[in-house]
Design a protein around this ligand. Sequence first.
Ligand code: THG
Length: 371
Amino acid sequence: MTFSIHIGPNIRTSPFFEATVADGVRSFSVYNHMAIPGHFGDPEAEYDRLLNGVAMWDVAAQRQVQLDGPDAMALAQLLTPRHLAGTKPGQGRYVPICDHDGWLINDPVLLPLSRGCVWLSIADSDIALWAGAIARERGLDVAVSEPDVSPLAIQGPRAMDVAAALIGDWARELRYFQFRETDLDGIPLIVARSGWSKQGGVELYLRDGSRGTELWGRVKEAGAPFGIGPGAPNDIERLESGLISYGADMRRQSLPANPFEMGFGPMIDLAAGHDFIGRPALERIASAGPTRRRVGVILDGAPVPGNARPLELCRDGAAIGHVSEIAHSRRLDRNIGVGLAPAHLAEDATGLSVRLPEGDRAARLAPLPFI
Ligand code: THG
């Protein structure tokens, strides 16, 4: 079977699109209505670079939703159950977003640029529409927009060497999720210690889309002595590291989950008393107690290919939950996956299997993260 997904004018392209094509991108996915590189022809080498060297990723599809105006922080607080008291300009935070029924609809990184302007660096759902509607309906004094901002991630054990070579040694001082404005010979950037891997690194938020090719070239040049190469957010590494993928692990329309099920419970201090969308629902869910929990799963046997849709998690042949994504981990020499299981299911439960397209595969639970 060979097919392709067509990138027509309905699919947006990143400011780094031409540069990634020039560097040999071989597959794209679509995220926030934008083409995002999948791989550059050698997934094994790309995994190795992320774990042992340094990789550069076009993650412009991590769009920014800007909240601009006197009520920017008030709107941000309404959008997330996480209590935002103490949020300071320059320090990012991971902020789940729920709808009125308590279902997760996104899990962005919040970047407070100032008291009156914050960005939500979103996962794959239309938060600009959501936030704009909430702001209007609540009569808040805040403009919601999607500015011309495009992140480029530098990830891997050598990523901070590349960042220091590119923008200066001060990059090494950034704490996790901390960020700072700078420019690279006039290319306007925000530099943040963040990225969708556990290998460390930065994300450069390009603030002028006309300079994408130039920035890509600068990163490539600064990274050359460290063996940098192109890549993309890596599903195997993220499964090993236990990072959440909205759209894969949960999605409001097709795989609904609440924040307690997904492990966001410790971030949500209902006792703080703040108002936010979904509070009554989360109070009900919290007092009823959990029904499902996020689990790691190990699948026995030969390496599995990746899955295109969620798989049933079974006990004694009957479906009891689902596994959202599986992959073979070379580091662990195992097939691993993540999913949702009944809350009461013991970690050492027996009789488990995962329903693969070709048949059931014996499985057991494992704590997250795997590594
Ligand atoms: N960086 C930026 N924007 C993003 C992502 C990113 N938007 C889309 C998506 N990723 C949002 N989701 C996540 C999911 C996980 C993390 C960040 C964004 C993450 N999690 C760590 C973990 O779970 O161990 C740390 C969480 C914490 O310490 O609070 O990094 O990657 N710009």
